[in-house]
Design a protein around this ligand. Structure first.
Ligand code: ADP
Ligand code: MG
Length: 254
């Protein structure tokens, strides 16, 4: 299951990479496509073409256009894979996403310590629920992996603030040096052994949260633990309150 989570993180990171590549290729390809089409059209319209150009019109240009079609279809595939267009933002219950994320991260926490969950009453958030869920899984797995061999505790809580909602993931694990804290959100930065970390979890999280107009903050002390806070804006018009399912409960995971 741990391997499954690493695989999932790799996949979602690959999605971000795929979206980036598709975007980078798409712009120059649009330019190349329209120019080659224009060239083909102009040459075909010529009544007297020199022999060497005739070869271009008959063989080279059709082959080139076919190549362009293939590249464009690969770019379209990359986009689909990356879910680049995740659809319109939809209203969702952040506590619900957190509960789902906790279920996914459960195996990473298993046997590593105690999990304490405290869900506050939250207004509805508008955005990409699936992406936010991925951020929460990434934070929970990091917290679990940071825990000490004994007496590890992960505390997860949600809070409503004026104009925003907060999710906190706190652990009493290894903590971070200032050097690590500085590089935390860089893609491929990891202090974990191969197979345990890709160094992409927080880079992906950062992209998703800032994409939602939110922020992600870190407090940490080496040897004492870390606390990640995700802040997501809620529209002023969103006054609807979701009743907290169980406003405060502790789940012991051993
Ligand atoms: P990965 O988990 O694959 O290493 P991340 O982007 O999730 O990649 O995290 C990058 C690095 O940040 C980790 O390797 C670790 O050094 C540090 N880190 C992240 N979360 C924590 C945490 N809760 N406690 C201590 N260090 C952390
Ligand atoms: Mg990670």
């Amino acid at each position: 299951m741990q391997a499954q989570l690493v695989a999932q993180e790799k996949l979602s990171s690959l999605g971000v990479l795929a979206a980036g590549v598709a975007h980078e290729i798409n712009n120059p390809m649009a330019f190349v496509t329209s120019n080659v089409r224009l060239l083909a059209k102009d040459l075909e319209a010529q009544p007297h073409l020199p022999e060497v150009l005739r070869e271009y019109v008959d063989d080279v240009l059709p082959a080139t256009l076919e190549g362009i079609r293939r590249v464009n279809s690969i770019v379209a595939d990359l986009r689909r894979f990356a879910h680049e267009d995740p659809g319109a933002p939809t209203p969702f219950d952040l506590n619900n996403e957190l509960t789902l994320a906790l279920r996914l991260a459960q195996s990473a926490l298993q046997g590593r310590g105690e999990l304490r969950v405290n869900l506050g009453e939250l207004p509805i958030v508008v955005g990409q629920a699936r992406q936010i869920g991925q951020v929460l899984v990434n934070l929970l797995v990091n917290a679990a992996q940071a825990l000490p061999a004994r007496d590890g505790v992960v505390e997860v809580s949600t809070h409503a603030r004026p104009g925003e909602v907060l999710v906190r993931v706190r652990d009493n694990g290894v903590g971070m040096s200032a050097e690590v804290r500085d590089k935390l959100f860089q893609p491929f930065f990891t202090t974990k052994p191969v197979g345990e970390g890709t160094g992409l979890g927080l880079a992906v999280a950062y992209g998703i949260i800032t994409g939602h107009g939110g922020r992600i903050e870190v407090e940490s002390e080496p040897g004492r633990g870390s606390c990640f806070t995700v802040r997501l804006p809620v529209a002023a018009a969103e006054v609807q309150v979701v009743p907290a399912s169980a406003s405060s409960h502790a789940l012991d995971v051993y």
